[in-house]
Ligand binder design. Structure first.
Ligand code: KG4
Ligand code: ZN
Length: 345
């Protein structure tokens, strides 16, 4: 089976052609980062218009680079939600029109499930049985969750953030530090120029009944950290920004790593651990995970950097890895789509 995957939920216009057994034949990502940078964040209306402009080229390039023709496609997969309404709608409309024209099914995909299944998108041919149960840290711009994956379609959320997502904390923190959007890579670059220092921020590990009710057994919290950063910068406006960036990044990644470590201890049948989503590109987070897992002789699955941030390959992977009901009638975008009844935030 050959599937064209389309992703337009935020600021990347992306398409990819995948086939089963799972193999990426092509993957094209047109980033809008430069368009939004002057505004310090994603402008929804601008993003939706840019998707409409970019889609024809991104789609035809993905098909051309796959070495296949349009007629070779067996289905179209598209992000239905969560995401920005206008952005989702541009991808969804293109996908439905294409599916109708090619007379193939159109599969609606949950963006976060795409991120989870990016686990299977690395070079070697992945055996589901050899990787699951997998402990996945899902870290994107809008979501932070710890997920136990028994296999494609079988997810248990062990913990989630009770306020901001880790990516959001990095993006907002970057603004406080006078860095540009997106904040994660900017903070990582600046932090790399500082070796050590006195500055330290607390980890975001809430406890108690209320935190468990809202965040599960492994709750995260990042809004206090962001406030601590703001106070610090106000108190010491002339302080070394690189040192502050290093400490802030250490607190975000330290929080994520600590929860992963705790979740690894609770179950003893893990086959692998991995980070997925844009924040999984972070070098410090990757090395922390290596450290934690190696202590338990557990293998770490590294998702290629290009499949951490938003891409079409992870969307096409979903209907290739599990049965997805195709769209029967026109549907709207779902900005707050739940994942198979599971609340991610
Ligand atoms: O998964 P993604 O591309 O989009 C969403 O679904 O939200 O994730 C975007 C997030 C942003 O918050 C961005 O700052 C963060 O990923 N990010 C990073 C790095 N690269 C991107 N965070 C930390 N370190 C990085 N190198
Ligand atoms: Zn994403």
């Amino acid at each position: 089976m050959r599937i064209l995957g389309i992703e337009t939920s935020c600021d990347e216009t992306a398409a990819a052609v995948l086939e089963s057994p799972l193999r990426v034949r092509s993957s094209v990502v047109a980033s809008q980062i430069a368009d939004h940078q002057p505004f310090g964040g994603v402008v929804p209306e601008l993003a939706a218009r840019e998707h409409v402009k970019a889609l024809p080229t991104v789609l035809s390039t993905a098909v051309a680079e796959s070495g296949l023709g349009w007629e070779d496609l067996d289905g179209i997969a598209v992000t239905r939600g969560p995401g920005l309404a206008g952005c989702l709608l541009s991808g969804l409309t293109a996908a439905r029109a294409l599916a109708m024209r090619l007379d193939v099914p159109c599969y609606p995909v949950h963006h976060m499930e795409g991120h989870l299944l990016s686990l299977f998108l690395s070079g070697e041919s992945p055996e589901v049985e050899s990787l699951c149960p997998a402990l996945l840290l899902l870290v994107t711009g809008g979501h932070t969750a710890l997920v136990r994956m028994e296999g494609p379609g079988r997810y248990q959320v062990l913990g989630r953030s009770i306020d901001d997502a880790a990516g959001e904390a990095l993006d907002k923190g970057a603004r406080v530090l006078g860095l540009s959007y997106p904040g994660g890579p900017e903070i990582e670059k600046l932090a790399a120029t500082s070796v050590d220092g006195e500055v330290a921020f607390p980890l975001g590990l809430p406890s108690g009944e209320e935190a468990r009710k809202r965040g599960g057994d492994f709750p995260f919290s990042f809004s206090g950290l962001k406030t601590a950063l703001r106070y610090h910068v106000e108190r010491e406006p002339e302080g070394d920004r690189a040192e502050v960036a290093r400490a802030y990044q250490a607190a975000v990644m330290g929080t994520l790593a600590r929860r992963m470590e705790q979740a690894l201890e609770v179950y003893d049948d893990w086959k692998c651990a991995a980070c997925v989503g844009g924040v999984a590109k972070n070098g410090l987070l990757r090395s922390e995970l290596e450290r934690i897992a190696s202590r338990r002789h557990l293998s770490v699955r590294t998702v290629p950097l290009s499949y951490c941030t938003d891409n079409g390959a992870m969307i096409a992977a979903v209907p290739l890895l599990r049965a997805v009901e195709p769209l029967a009638a026109p549907v709207g975008a779902e900005p707050n789509l739940p994942l198979m009844g599971v609340r991610l935030r």
